[in-house]
Write a protein that binds this ligand. Structure first.
Ligand code: KIV
Ligand code: ZN
Length: 389
């Protein structure tokens, strides 16, 4: 079976920076962009130049200095925004202008105060205008998943006729379900004339915790670009998490039959960098990059993993750039893991001594969430001196 290539469009520096409380300095954005280039994403959305002079400068610097990925800048569907995006991208090896306008009736009525005909014309004009600066133009229909399907298809058709090379389908407010979103992608593929002239992209938010599931459903339905952010940063509950998407496609390539160009070994260090620079900590139980993602606490799991990692690990920590999994000693841990830790710490003890220490360890573990190496050393020292621990 042939492998379809999925483009990874990273928007950590644009939608991700829209995380409440996050504001990155230009130098920090540059550092993250360099890490994204090492990660080998296909596109880096560097910012929204119209948003502030600082963002304009950051996009300009990234465009001039970061080589490899296409550098994209966001612009609303108007000349002023597009002019600024084009200017900021001037130094880029490969540049993309990403222009957007909302298409749902809710947005037309309450935000844009425009009718459908005006929106359609504006989308067309914006794409045509952006094409004057680059032959790589992405068009997004904001709130696509809550838009009238036939109107949405008309807008995409007009955008493609005007020269859009990428058609992005956002689930802007994270409202779609995977089945519904997959069906929407299929509908667009079947009803938009000349859709094969454009890359079909999706952009999912996580309001109901389904951003990654929706993106994967879209891939299964034929989308070839997914937009995402490192650690799932972004407006409100965030965007689809890059590390989860990439590792789902990688780990389940038997199911999706697609590949990405991402160097998965860079995932963990990129996640750490983004967390440090944005100040948004990664929860310990976060898939793929959380501290517990490769940690095993229960005796049954530890025993399995110590015999063969595949018993309880569906991907290896090395694949994402972590040197090894961790066996956490706590009250659920078994003797197998305890004995292994004693050996790692350099203790070769007799059976009887291990049995006695293991009982003391269990007693301590009932009072302490995690038993660290220094606790085990203290247990051994106390046992040697005949003291209670
Ligand atoms: O969520 C959204 O609709 C967006 C667009 C600008 C693509 O971020
Ligand atoms: Zn978004």
């Amino acid at each position: 079976m042939s492998t379809r290539r999925i483009q990874i469009f990273d928007t950590t520096l644009r939608d991700g920076e829209q995380t409440p409380g996050v504001c990155l300095a230009a130098a920090e954005k540059l550092e993250i962009a360099q890490a994204l280039a090492r990660l080998k994403v296909d596109v880096i959305e560097a910012g929204f130049p119209f948003a502030s002079p600082g963002d304009f400068a950051a996009v300009r610097q990234i465009a001039a200095q970061v080589k490899g990925p296409v550098i994209a800048a966001l612009a609303r569907a108007n000349k002023e925004d597009i002019d600024l995006a084009a200017q900021a991208l001037e130094g880029a090896e490969r540049r993309r202008i990403h222009t957007f306008i909302a298409t749902s009736d809710i947005h037309l009525e309450h935000k844009l105060k425009m009718n459908r005909f005006q929106v359609l014309k504006r989308a067309e004009e914006a794409v045509r205008y952006a094409r004057k600066f680059t032959d790589d133009v992405e068009f997004s229909a904001e709130d696509a998943s809550r838009s009238d399907r036939d109107f949405l298809c008309q807008v995409y058709a007009a955008a493609i006729a005007a020269g859009a090379t990428v058609i992005n389908i956002p689930d802007t407010v994270g409202y779609a379900t995977p089945e519904e979103f997959g069906a929407l992608i299929r509908y667009i593929r079947e009803h938009v004339p000349n859709i094969d002239k454009a890359v079909i992209s999706v952009h999912c938010h996580d309001d109901l915790g389904m951003a990654v599931a929706n993106s994967l459903a879209a891939v299964a339905a034929g989308a070839t670009q997914v937009e995402c952010t490192v650690n799932g940063l972004g407006e409100r509950a965030g965007n689809a998490a890059l590390e989860e998407l990439v590792m789902a496609l990688h780990t389940r390539r038997d199911f999706y039959h697609v590949g990405t160009g991402v160097d998965t070994h860079q995932i963990y260090r990129t996640s750490k960098l983004v967390s440090t620079l944005t100040g948004i900590t990664v929860p310990p139980n976060k898939a793929v990059v959380g501290e517990n993602a490769f940690a095993h606490e229960s005796g049954i799991h530890q025993h399995g993993v110590l015999n063969h990692a595949s018993t309880y690990e569906i991907m290896s920590p090395e694949t994402i750039g972590i040197s090894r999994n961790s066996i956490v000693l706590g009250k659920h841990s078994g003797r197998h893991a305890f004995e292994q830790r004693l050996r790692q710490l350099g203790y070769e003890l007799e059976e009887k001594a291990v049995t006695e220490l293991f009982a003391r360890f269990k007693d301590l573990a009932d009072r302490k969430k995690i038993v660290f190496d220094r606790d085990i050393e203290a247990l051994i020292a106390n046992k040697a001196s005949g003291q209670p621990e």
